[in-house]
Design a protein around this ligand. Structure first.
Ligand code: ZN
Ligand code: ZN
Length: 252
């Protein structure tokens, strides 16, 4: 294996990122938009002005704290969902192969310049099309790599599969009959066998109903208007769904 010098590699990545970022800005003019919003659950970065929207898929490289002058890779951050940090595991693996400690240590003293280097390296290794750096109230700079443009219709259908839950924040959507709840056992029948964080096909939804609903459904032979009316399907978040499953079936 050829030996790679970290500094020259990082420098090359930064140069490439400059070109990439100019192209990104030229193609999408993201600075024109007034608002930005990113969401770990959907993995979407959204820019908007009024009802004009621009969406991308992104992953989270890591964060630089202006307070403590430290860098934290997203793969080392328990607060970050796998969906937006899996990509940085490739960066860590690359670091392991080439013995680059800065890519394999999760959290260390650093500076902003290095943070951009790490972002440039991540963008190169995971084929980014651009980068974005929002700054939150805590003076934490979040470094994001944008990987793919998402048209508005697709973005809407992705966002429609998520719901804001009072107990669990923003989660994937699930459907249960109105009898299922967090306190009492009423049985738990499902459309198909499910487990937490499972991949779902475009047309599949998490759906469950109680024993009573199942009895009505069986009597009618299938879901009909009357059995649907009896079930009174409601929307819950995925976490609530699995809590109800646990309460009723008690195996986790
Ligand atoms: Zn029911
Ligand atoms: Zn919930």
């Amino acid at each position: 294996m050829e030996t790679l010098d970290y500094n020259s590699f990082a420098e090359k990545c930064v140069d490439e990122l400059k070109v990439l970022q100019d192209k990104f800005q030229e193609d999408y003019d993201v600075n024109w938009y007034e608002n930005w919003f990113y969401n770990q659950a959907t993995g979407l970065l959204t820019f908007s002005t009024g009802d004009q929207e621009l969406n991308f898929k992104y992953f989270d490289v890591g964060s630089f704290s202006e307070k403590s002058n430290t860098w934290k890779w997203s793969w080392d951050n328990d607060q970050t969902l796998d969906k937006v940090k899996d990509a940085t595991k490739l960066v860590r693996e690359f670091g392991q192969r080439h013995n680059f400690p800065k890519l394999t240590n999760g959290y260390f003293v650093s500076d902003q310049f290095e943070a951009w280097e790490f972002t440039a390296i991540a963008a190169k290794l995971v084929s980014g099309i651009g980068v974005y750096r929002p700054v939150d109230e805590e003076q934490l700079q979040i470094f994001l790599v944008v990987t793919e443009f998402v048209d508005n219709e697709t973005a809407r259908s992705i966002k429609n599969r998520y719901v804001q839950c009072n107990a669990h924040e923003y989660r994937r959507i699930a459907f249960v009959c109105k009898h299922l709840n967090h306190q009492t056992k009423v049985g738990f029948e499902e459309a198909f066998e499910t487990y937490e964080n499972m991949e779902l096909e475009e047309d599949d939804d998490l759906q469950a109903w109680c024993d009573e609903c199942e009895a009505v459904r069986q009597k009618e032979g299938e879901w009909k208007d009357s059995s649907m009316a009896f079930a009174g399907i409601k929307i819950v978040c995925e976490q609530c769904y699995f809590e109800m499953k646990e309460l009723n079936l008690g195996h986790r």
